[in-house]
Ligand binder design. Structure first.
Ligand code: MRU
Length: 349
């Protein structure tokens, strides 16, 4: 299975996603500050992978804290968690993972420091392993929804590289292909960061899953030509009413899919569901550097000084979504009720 990140005694290893597909380079982050930088600069990206990276970064920082006693440790631990929380604002899995590490620390706070440090590492590793298991379950839950054969459009990268392994949207595609479905994936290139061209195309080719790369503005044409039977994407945050933030351009794909009568599916672990945010208007949208728009591969493609907007995500209103596939089950409209029902369900052990 394709690996995205690894815990080692010498730090956290990440496959450098800014260099793929032309270079397969691993980066070793030896401090929690380096892990935070790796998240900020998108060496590691994708909501579940960001959560796993943050948990490992916190465990690394906590392990290396030189604290005399628990109150000094608590201060240092708080600072590490704050730094992680400032890396990227939209993917709620980041905050979910930080809260989970904080809760674990509170449970352990009366224990000796060496034990706390070890148990925080164990918790980060548990988050990592659970993510892979979650993706496999999500794949099994979602595969029956995809057609027996035909074209499936995806946007951005919601694959192994965006998670601890296997992927969310690409996990569902993988499970469908493993079950014998004859699918052909159309990967939107996903400007400006090109996650579709650089990452989705790369990892599907590695798995021998048929994939055709298209530029973002070709999706409507492909749908009108009858080449797309389903759309499936991941999510960075799903509000309580089902409104879903995902990579910029997802909203346009959703409207095109509706116009052409094509079902649009979201695949995400339940940790991406944010029941504290009522609807999409409350989801913070990360604004990234104009340079991502004015340059491609380091080469300037726009006039110097041109005004640029670069929101990294948009929100697809729930009314455009056929179903939200999670490891706890599949939610359908009305999403307010179905997501609440899944929330009340105890996660499978
Ligand atoms: O900016 P990125 O590359 O971190 O954005 C990633 C996405 O939008 C993914 O589609 C989303 O995180 C789901 S990943 C399983």
């Amino acid at each position: 299975m394709l690996e995205t990140l690894k815990w080692t005694d010498n730090g956290v290893l990440f496959i450098d996603q800014t260099k793929l597909p032309t270079e397969e380079v691993w980066v070793n982050c030896r401090t929690h500050e380096e892990v935070a930088d790796a998240i900020r600069t998108m060496i590691v990206r994708g909501a579940p992978a960001i959560g796993c990276a943050a948990a490992m970064g916190i465990a690394l920082g906590a392990r290396d804290l030189d604290a005399k006693g628990i109150s000094e440790f608590r201060n240092g631990f708080g600072q590490i968690c704050r730094l992680m929380g400032e890396t990227r604002p939209t993917a709620v899995n980041l905050f979910w993972a930080i809260r989970r590490m904080q809760r674990r620390f509170e449970e352990l706070s009366t224990r000796p420091l060496p034990l706390i440090k070890q148990m925080l590492i164990d918790e980060a590793l548990a988050i990592y392993h659970e993510d892979i298991a979650t993706n496999r379950t999500m794949g099994a839950n979602g595969a029956p929804l995809l057609p027996a054969e035909g074209g499936v459009l995806t946007h951005c990268n919601a694959g192994a590289l965006a998670t601890a392994g296997y992927g969310t949207a690409l996990g569902v595609i993988r499970a469908a292909v493993e079950s014998g479905k004859k699918l052909h994936v159309f990967a939107d290139e996903t400007r400006p960061f090109l996650q579709g061209a650089r990452l989705t195309a790369w990892e599907l080719m590695k798995d021998n899953i048929p994939v055709t790369l298209i530029s973002d503005n070709m999706a409507g044409y492909m749908m009108a030509k009858g080449k797309i039977q389903a759309v499936i994407v991941g999510a960075d945050r799903i509000a309580a009413n089902g409104d879903t933030a995902n990579k910029i351009g997802t909203y346009s794909v959703a409207i095109l899919a509706r116009e052409h009568g094509i079902p649009m599916y979201i695949a995400a672990p339940f940790s991406t569901v944010d029941l504290e945010t009522a609807d999409g208007s409350g989801i913070p949208i990360e604004q990234r550097s104009p340079r991502e728009v004015t340059h491609i591969g380091g080469k300037q493609i726009a006039p110097t000084g041109v005004l640029v907007e670069n929101p990294a995500f948009d929100v697809t209103p729930a009314k455009y979504i056929r179903a939200i596939i999670t490891e706890r089950g599949v939610a359908t409209a009305p999403f307010g009720e179905s997501l609440q029902k899944l929330a009340e369900q105890k996660p499978a052990e």
